[in-house]
Design a protein around this ligand. Structure first.
Ligand code: SF4
Ligand code: SF4
Ligand code: FES
Length: 333
């Protein structure tokens, strides 16, 4: 089929990008990476993009395809057109696929981004089993199958950067570790061989760089090509932290309770009231810079009318609370 790839081009850092269109005639099953290869080999050798395994293993080829971050070697022309048809039923007539680099990272050239911040954040969560655990005098450190299973989901991460690219918290808070790093952090917390769980949890508890800075937007879960579900991993760390905090004095607990109360009232979180109720009037200046960046980046709606179905939301929360109450050992109680 005949398609157009509209690719964002940028010859070097800090200059304005431009879109350039390329026509291709390819079968629907052609991956986006093969389309890029065809353009580079047959039409324009100056096009820059990353690739390696061509098989969703190395994580190199993540880019933005029609607005969402994905692996170019996993998505194909047919599936992209189907996605476009959900928005425009006529999209298959003369398909145009928009290709751009990952977001939240500076562009080096065309589809190649500078991932230094991504790697630095990963390093900051110390993603390796503690040395204490490695000092085994006589035999290797054994794990039961159940203990090993705890590591499977987070172990699937291929460090592609798709989650980081979509993360709303990363977009407004340069200190936030990011979903990839915190998913890896949970992998370390869950590892039965690690000896630094308390210290780690203390680090991940930080309100700007740690788990509490996540806005729970779900974007990381929805784009991750390996089903790592970073937001779920962040929630597991939160549960561990909540088990260890004093519920009467801790801001984190207040944060959680305020969130639930606001959702009960209006069906969603009014972030303006949320900030005041959690921080208190005297401390709200601490988060003013973050609030301002959210507002100027279009991440903070200006009005918060109650959503439809609020009564249903209230009823669901009540049922969940009843269930939690009846479960004596639930960590998020
Ligand atoms: S968590 Fe998923 S999206 Fe994020 S870097 Fe790992 S594989 Fe990629
Ligand atoms: S759920 Fe949290 S970590 Fe995931 S993309 Fe949203 S803000 Fe980022
Ligand atoms: S080229 Fe390795 S994941 Fe796409």
């Amino acid at each position: 089929m005949d398609i157009t790839l509209q690719i964002q081009r940028q010859s070097e850092r800090n200059i304005a990008p431009k879109f350039k269109s390329y026509r291709l005639s390819v079968p629907e099953s052609t991956t986006i990476l093969d389309c890029l290869n065809q353009i580079k080999w047959q039409q324009d050798g100056s096009l820059a993009f990353r690739k390696n395994c061509r098989n969703t293993i190395c994580g190199s080829c993540a880019i933005t395809i029609n607005g969402r971050s994905a692996l170019a070697c996993k998505e194909n022309v047919g599936s992209e057109i189907k996605r476009l048809q959900k928005i425009d039923p006529d999209a298959a007539k003369d398909p145009i696929l928009a290709i751009a680099p990952l977001k939240n990272m500076p562009i080096i050239k065309d589809l190649v981004v500078d991932m230094k911040g991504f790697w630095d954040n990963l390093e900051n969560v110390e993603p390796y089993v503690s040395t204490g655990a490695r000092q085994i005098p006589e035999r290797e450190f054994l794990q039961t199958p159940a203990e090993r299973e705890q590591l499977n989901q987070t172990g699937n991460c291929i460090l592609c950067g798709a989650c980081y690219s979509e993360c709303n918290a990363v977009a407004v808070n340069p200190k936030f570790a990011g979903p990839h790093a915190l998913a890896k952090a949970q992998r370390m917390v869950a590892d039965s061989r690690d000896r630094r769980t308390d210290e780690r949890l203390e680090n991940y508890h930080d309100s700007e760089s740690g788990v509490w800075a996540c806005t729970r937007c779900y974007q990381c879960n929805s784009v991750c090509p390996q089903d790592v579900a970073p937001m779920d991993q962040i929630t597991k760390i939160k549960s561990q932290l909540l088990q260890r905090q004093n519920p009467n004095t801790n801001r984190t607990i207040r944060h959680r309770k305020t969130l639930i109360n606001l959702v009960k009232q209006g069906g969603w979180i009014d972030e303006r009231r949320f900030a005041f109720l959690v921080m208190g009037l005297q401390n709200v200046s601490e988060i003013f810079p973050l609030g301002w960046r959210m507002l100027t980046h279009g991440k903070l709606p200006v009005s918060f009318e109650a959503s439809e179905g609020t009564a249903e939301v209230k009823s669901l929360i009540k049922q969940v609370e009843t269930l939690i109450e009846s479960s004596s050992d639930n960590p998020v109680k």
